[in-house]
Ligand binder design. Structure first.
Ligand code: DX5
Ligand code: ZN
Length: 225
């Protein structure tokens, strides 16, 4: 039996953009570990958010690593630009990458950590032959496109399955859970093997966001991996 400390990545999508610098300062002064930034193109997902220009602006204020989640088609066209904008983790969707192996290595060549996100319908098995090359797997626990959605319960056994694959293949990949994460499911997710919890509304929608981050960070997962 062992314990490990997980990371908390507040999703800026749920922040008040009219008070963005204030909200970034709040995260800077909190126990959170990363900033999770959701880039959407209105094509891969039915919503449009922001691009590298805003990522770069956030990066100038942020004192913690930028975890950039690309929900876009043809992400390979923009990887260098997001790296230049300050991304430390760049996550692409398996569903958007016909040449995922090449794209992962393109990310790593920029010096960023390479992440792969899986939509709720995409099985963990698509990563079997590539898992050793990946730094992070993002399990989408909602259909990507919007914050504030309900956690899809099958994401929990999916997390366990991914953890088994990571252990069996001696991979160092972190497991990130994105969508509908909060105090109600954080502990079970950590127990299932999650390393990074993305939290949008459960942080920025809380009365006391600092306390919400503290509470998410305080869980102890005990496991026998
Ligand atoms: C959804 C995004 C998530 C979202 C999470 O497409 O990838 O990062 O902001 O927000 P919550 O935690 O509110 O579900
Ligand atoms: Zn995200």
């Amino acid at each position: 039996m062992s314990t490990k400390k997980h990371l908390i990545a507040p999703s800026v999508l749920a922040a008040d953009f009219a008070r963005l610098s204030e909200q970034i300062e709040m995260v800077n002064g909190s126990e959170a570990d990363w900033f999770h930034l959701d880039v959407m193109d209105g094509r891969f997902v039915p919503n449009i958010t922001f691009g590298m220009f805003i990522v770069e602006a956030i990066g100038r204020l942020a004192k913690k690593p930028l975890d950039v989640h690309l929900m876009i088609l043809e992400p390979e066209k923009y990887i260098e630009q997001f790296r230049k904008a300050g991304a430390e983790v760049i996550t692409v969707h398996a569903e958007a990458c016909p040449h995922l192996h090449r794209t992962i290595h393109q990310i790593k060549e920029t010096g960023a950590k390479a992440g792969v996100a899986l939509n709720p319908h995409t099985p963990v098995s698509v990563l079997e032959d590539i898992i050793e090359d990946i730094d992070l797997v993002c399990i989408m626990s909602v259909n990507p496109g919007f914050g504030g959605q309900k956690f899809i319960y099958q994401s929990l056994p999916k997390t366990r399955k991914l953890k088994e694959l990571i252990i069996a293949s001696n991979s160092a990949a972190l497991i990130e859970i994105d969508g509908g994460v909060g105090l109600h499911n954080a502990e079970s997710l950590l127990q299932a093997g999650a390393d990074v919890l993305v939290a949008g509304n459960s942080v920025f929608g809380a009365k006391d966001p600092l306390a919400a981050i503290h509470a998410l960070k305080a869980f102890e997962a005990r496991f026998d991996f």
